[in-house]
Design a binder for this molecule. Structure first.
Ligand code: TYM
Length: 326
């Protein structure tokens, strides 16, 4: 049995990119692996957060985890800041990483925009993520492919420490889905769908109502040749919609192309609205049932306890290797 770990930031607007790139894989993996899924609240404070909204968003993500089908009997589900080992290991890893490698992270470059007043946490963000993964002796990390660089630095740091101190960490592998590995923005299909983009029609959030979903899809940027064909280079908009259609319906892109041969984008988009709504509405129904239940808090408390038990063992092992403490 493999150990699987992944996390999602509680920053609101969890969208279909998060679902197809990550959450859907989480559910698929829980039947035949030992899975640990985290709500990474400490990552989210690398940018300013309103405490009340952050708390609400943490519970929203937890409820969405359950609503998409994660089962607390099969997976450990918990909030990152409830397990102190993440911050503890993070410091140790920080002392074994280089400012040069962190400066090369594209997410840091994008978010800091060269500013001298960017929070230090934004710079060391990948180290906390490495700590999340290595703390649980993780074999597999299911993520969207925007996280590739973060998985690579995690592997580099783990290998570096193993070489210096003897085998301390398992070297984890990323798991990226082909379809859905990168869902692009609906209004600008050359940039990834994001939780924070200003235009709400650039994304479909898992909690959007059906009218909003319809509007966002019908407005989605395509091109003027009217042919439903996958061509990322020349037709990024329609290719992104084909990706979404295929990932939700399970129909291959080839078969979808055939289905819409000689039929314009209007019809294709209308059907895509139904495909997306059919997948999302049961998730929303589950979400509404779970979100305000006492059970949700019990699941998170139990998850933190189980995660803590694993984390403490790793911290003890790492401290021994480094000669820290008594
Ligand atoms: P976050 O919260 O930005 O996103 C959660 C997951 O969704 C994936 N994702 C996407 N997949 C496809 N298309 C998109 N447009 C898209 N946007 C986001 C992300 O790849 C991710 O899998 N750093 C992570 C959180 C994290 C983590 C970890 C993940 C912290 N520690 C340890 C794995 C293991 C992040 O910001 O994800």
């Amino acid at each position: 049995m493999k150990r699987v770990f992944s996390g999602v930031q509680p920053t609101g607007n969890i969208h279909i990119g998060n679902y197809l790139g990550a959450l859907k894989q989480f559910v698929e993996l829980q039947d035949s692996n030992e899975c640990i899924y985290c709500i990474v609240d400490m990552h989210s404070i690398t940018v300013p957060q309103d405490p009340k909204i952050l708390r609400k968003n943490i519970l929203d993500v937890a409820a969405l985890y359950l609503a998409v089908g994660l089962d607390p009997k099969k997976s450990i589900i918990f909030v990152q800041s409830d397990v102190p080992g993440h911050a503890e290991l993070s410091w140790i890893l920080m002392c074994n990483s280089y400012t040069g490698e962190l400066s090369r992270m594209t997410q840091f470059k994008q978010k800091s925009k060269g500013s001298e007043s960017a929070p230090t946490g934004l710079f060391t963000y990948p180290i906390l993520m490495a700590a999340d993964i290595l703390l649980y002796d993780t074999d597999v990390v299911p993520v969207g492919n925007d996280q590739k660089q973060h998985i690579e630095i995690t592997r580099d740091i783990a290998e570096r420490i193993n070489n210096k101190y003897g085998k301390t960490f398992i070297i984890p592998d990323g798991r990226f889905l082909k379809a859905g590995a990168r869902i692009m923005s609906l209004d600008d299909p050359t940039s990834k769908m994001s939780k924070s983009a200003e235009n709400i029609h650039s994304r479909i959030s898992l909690l959007d109502d059906s009218n909003k979903i319809k509007k966002s899809i019908m407005k989605a940027t395509t091109d003027s040749d009217g042919i439903v064909r996958f061509d990322i280079e020349n037709k990024p908009g329609i290719s992104n919609l084909l990706n979404i259609y295929s990932a939700f319906s399970g129909i291959s892109i080839n078969d979808i192309e055939k289905k819409y041969e000689g039929i314009g984008y209007g019809e294709f988009k209308k059907d895509l609205v139904s495909v997306v709504n059919d997948s999302i509405s049961p998730i929303q129904k589950n979400f509404n049932e779970i979100r305000n239940s006492k059970e949700l808090l019990d699941i998170l408390r139990d998850g933190a306890e189980r995660a803590n038990a694993i984390s403490e063992k790793t911290i003890k092992r790492v401290k021994d290797k480094f000669g820290l403490g008594l």
